[in-house]
Design a protein around this ligand. Sequence first.
Ligand code: FNR
Length: 195
Amino acid sequence: QKLRILGIIGSLRAKSYNRQLMINAQQIISHMDNAEIEIFEDIGQLPFVNEDKELDYCQNDDNVKRFKQSIEQSDAVLFATPEYNFSIPGVLKNAIDIGTRPGPKNSFINKAIGVMSASPGNLGGIRAQGVLRQTFFAFGPSTGYPEYILPRAGQAFDEQGKLKDAQAEKLLKSYLQQLVNLALKHKNSSPTTIK
Ligand code: FNR
């Protein structure tokens, strides 16, 4: 059975560079015989975290149930996030918080996690990656190190949305291979569940 990687995109923008990057990753993975990426659509439909309501929306909100189930049924989670004001978009932080709640039902526990970011700027959203990683420290030691940065994203894709630069594509391939290896390691090791 193929490794299941859930793709979560931090931008709601239809022509998002991070979405395009995730689709490139999805296409590259589709040529590997041991893994696939399913993209979650879309985190903008999730409610805002409200502890007064979380038992209700976790049981009754279809988007919340679908989100948490998608994470739980995956072997790895791959994020593609923009950088907003040196941090991650609020909508992504909210989605991550929804995924970790309530209480012991942290859907991200024991997932291999990969992080990508794309930005029109020269730093490729690297500061947002730092903030995202900081969030994962709350989940325990289940996160690995793979990361992928796409700077100057405004010039990075052709008309079909494919990465133009062969080197950028090659790096993405090897990055995804690292994530698959990390996910396999997680899958094969006994879970160190934190509850
Ligand atoms: C930005 N952008 C941005 N870029 C960056 O490299 N560092 C930053 O701190 C910020 N800050 C920021 C704040 C807000 C509120 C917005 C809307 C945008 C620009 C951002 O990288 C650009 O809009 C990307 O195209 C967003 O990613 P998507 O939507 O293309 O995936």
